[in-house]
Design a protein around this ligand. Structure first.
Ligand code: PLP
Length: 258
């Protein structure tokens, strides 16, 4: 028996995401793209300014293949090892994003994936120490790592990331490191029953991004804003997300008991 994880935001929108085998990945992707497009249209944003990352963690390569066949090309994984296992089973033109907390002992492998062209970006750079480690490896392997700074936007104890009032300083410090290019910011907003309560956090992310951009720090661009997940991606897009990371609404509830 598989475990269902249904959250209020999913139910509230009148859609039921289950892992009971009735998932239509292609249809889910079309629906989500449609929802992103309609938010863009309502808010006067160009639809090409927001991209969907399908978060495939804990789902098999076969599920990724289904999404790929439906036209999806950007995917997110939380762990280097899981990504390494999936890579040989999947087409090479997939653009992979690493979105989970990265331990320093996995950096060498992550950078090797960047070097070989499989991994596009690390979203989860959450400390100066990790950035230094990535920089060192990128120099050794002679490549450049594109990264996002993770912001612990609601200052939650359980979350990784720079506190909002420390991000700008971190950007300055990290911008001086060789082999790294800061492309923007990322956050995992609080889990909430009502996605509207995250609007304020997303707006704050956008504000931080604009602030840092205005400092014109060498080697730092703020063209990427990675925020919004299954329960709140529409709100995130309204507040300026350029990448949304959606897992459950595409692949169904993850089974953490497996
Ligand atoms: C799992 C995960 C997601 C996707 O979450 P869903 O609620 O399943 O859409 C997005 N971002 C990160 C960092 C994650 O770990």
């Amino acid at each position: 028996m598989t475990e269902l994880r249904l959250t209020a935001p999913m139910l509230q929108r009148g859609r039921l995401y289950t892992d009971m085998g009735d998932i239509n990945i292609a249809e889910n992707i079309n629906q989500i793209n449609g929802r992103i497009e309609s938010v863009c249209t309502k808010n006067g944003r160009d639809i090409s300014s927001v991209k969907l990352i399908a978060v495939s963690k804990m789902n098999p390569a076969q599920a990724v293949r289904e999404a790929y066949d439906a036209g999806q090309r950007m995917f997110g994984e939380n762990k280097v090892q899981e990504l390494e296992e999936k890579l040989p089973k999947l087409p090479e033109d997939i653009e992979w994003h690493l979105i989970g907390h990265l331990q320093t002992n996995k950096v060498k492998k992550a950078v090797a994936l960047i070097k070989q062209g499989s991994l596009k970006m690390i979203h989860s750079v959450d400390s100066l120490k990790l950035a230094e480690c990535i920089s060192k490896e990128a120099c050794l392997q002679n490549c450049t790592a594109e990264i996002l700074l993770e912001v612990n936007i609601a200052a939650e104890e359980s979350k990784y990331g720079f506190l909002p009032d420390k991000v700008s300083e971190a950007a300055v410090e990290i911008s001086g490191l060789k082999g790294i290019r800061i492309r923007g910011l990322m956050c995992v907003a609080p889990f909430t029953e009502n996605p509207e309560t995250n609007r304020f956090h997303f707006a704050k992310m956008k504000e931080l991004s604009v602030d840092i951009a205005s400092q014109n720090i060498d080697n730092v661009s703020m063209d990427v804003l990675s925020m919004g997940m299954t329960g709140d991606f529409e709100i995130a897009v309204e507040e300026g997300a350029t990448l949304v990371r959606v897992g459950t609404a595409i692949f169904g509830a993850r089974n953490y008991t497996r």
